[in-house]
Design a binder for this molecule. Structure first.
Ligand SMILES: [Fe+2]
Ligand SMILES: [Fe+2]
Length: 476
């Protein structure tokens, strides 16, 4: 089952050749996908030779094979992790029963919405990032951007396969619409807010891959627990690819910090102006970018109290990340969750809500803990350099657009404050027009093998043990 058949028009490990109708429907969608890639993907680089990894199998040996390809020739396909024999439902009211190989009729619309929402984010991010290649800080980074882009394209394939295979005509229509909505489009935007934010500089790209791809990780991890086995297997394989996207974000931001520390040392000063005169990114500016992308990504988890989340857990549709190893109680019919809420008078109250209704918040809290790991690492770099400044995640209450804290003015520590205070202090906390202009000014393309832009340090090592000055992208 692990081997992927590359002799097929659509590489796959789901025995597509023996499902003629499904195969025809997907082969009909394939040229539309390629049109979309040509129009909305990294179009200026269609003829470049890129050193990319591709899966040849879904086991540990097979999933990362490297070679040089032109992106439009990348073999997007359908790869599911191997089935777990006798897999049982791991949570909710049907705990212990066999998992489902088909979507139960009564859960059809819930599953369809989840799969469409996940599927929509994948091409959205490719659209958001399509112009970044023009200002890459190095060939190494350019290659990483393209690796992320082709894999997001494959994640779209993963969701489209499920829609075609299990949702009949509705699913095929949804698959069409996934190519019709576009990031930032006034008439047909992408479904989730963050995926309509433009990503036109590399600092935003690293923040996006650190914070927003990590939201993807947590969504995929909870869908990997689903009782609908084909969805679980699809997501399990997507997670192996997703890890690289977060690596790009974490190491990218770490390299920014490293270069900033060098500039501070050269200048003998931590004055942001002195850092900028050396073409690096000052730490307060970086902090404002972190504030923006973290708060924006938190909204992706939805409302703290959600009857949808409760029913998705109760019915076995969507679990918690690492359900089996991280939790004792897999039913949660009695448990409660202590939720912090604004009291409407400038304070905070605690309310016990049924655990099932708080599943979005459980997921968001796990996400926040995961986000802290990189911040700790960057702060260790600062500490080792003898610098007092520390980066920090803002409070999860700060600048929220969804949930109990939506529209409640707080400072970055989460303390409720007066609205006009909030408005006045926003330039302290979020990227200012001059920050964005400065960052934009830094975005000059560097494509000489081994060379780096002045605002970012080189990575510790190259891709797949190749030297740093390897020509990861050959531009034609
Ligand atoms: Fe993805
Ligand atoms: Fe991703």
């Amino acid at each position: 089952m692990a081997a992927i058949d590359y002799s097929e028009k659509i590489p796959n490990n789901v025995d597509l050749a023996n499902e003629r109708a499904l195969q025809r429907a997907l082969e009909h969608w394939q040229p539309r996908f390629l049109d979309w890639w040509r129009d909305m993907g990294p179009s200026d680089f269609a003829r470049a030779d890129v050193y990319l990894r591709a899966a040849v199998g879904v086991d540990a040996q097979g999933w990362a094979h490297y070679g040089t390809v032109k992106m439009p020739d990348y073999r997007w396909g359908i790869f599911l992790a191997d089935a777990i024999p006798d897999r049982r439902i791991g949570f909710g009211d049907a705990l212990g029963q066999p998992v489902w190989q088909q979507v139960p009729g009564e859960f059809r619309s819930q599953f369809r919405r989840l799969i469409v929402t996940q599927g929509d984010t994948e091409p959205a991010s490719v659209e958001q990032q399509r112009r970044l290649g023009l200002t890459c800080p190095s060939l190494y980074d350019l290659r990483n951007l393209f690796q992320v882009n082709v894999e997001e394209g494959r994640h779209l394939w993963a969701m489209v396969y499920l829609l075609h295979a299990y949702f009949g005509r509705d699913g095929r229509e949804e698959a069409e619409q996934l190519l019709e909505r576009h990031s930032g489009d006034a008439d047909k935007p992408r479904i989730l807010g963050t995926f309509n934010e433009p990503i036109d500089d590399w600092l935003s790209f690293f923040c996006f891959t650190y914070f927003t791809d990590r939201d993807g990780k947590f969504q995929l991890k909870s869908l990997a627990e689903s009782s609908f086995d084909p969805l679980a297997r699809t997501c399990r394989f997507m997670l192996t690819e997703e890890a690289h996207h977060m690596f790009v974000g974490e190491t990218g931001l770490g390299r920014v910090v490293k270069r900033t520390l060098e500039a501070m040392k050269e200048a003998g000063s931590d004055d942001p102006e002195a850092v900028r005169r050396r073409g690096a990114i000052d730490l307060p500016l970086l902090q404002r970018y972190l504030n923006f992308w973290f708060s924006s990504s938190l909204d992706l988890f939805g409302s703290e109290v959600s009857s949808n989340a409760a029913s998705a857990f109760a019915t076995g549709i969507k679990g918690r990340p690492d359900e089996a190893t991280q939790y004792q109680d897999h039913v949660c019919s009695e448990a409660t969750f202590e939720l912090e809420q604004p009291d409407g008078r400038g304070g905070v109250t605690m309310e016990a809500v049924p655990m099932r209704n708080a599943m979005n918040e459980v997921l968001r809290s796990a996400y926040v803990r995961d986000c802290e790991i990189g911040v700790k690492r960057w702060n260790l770099q600062l500490q080792r350099a003898g610098v007092d400044f520390r980066l920090a995640l803002p409070s999860a209450r700060f600048r929220r657009g969804i949930g109990v804290w939506a529209g409640v003015p707080t400072d970055v520590a989460g303390k409720p404050i007066a609205r006009d205070d909030f408005e006045r202090r926003l330039p302290e906390w979020l990227p200012r027009a001059e920050d964005k202009a400065y960052v934009r000014g830094l975005m000059q393309r560097v494509v000489e093998p081994g060379k780096m832009a002045a605002w970012i340090a080189p990575p510790d090592r190259g891709i797949n043990n190749l030297p740093l000055d390897y020509e990861y992208v050959r531009l034609s």
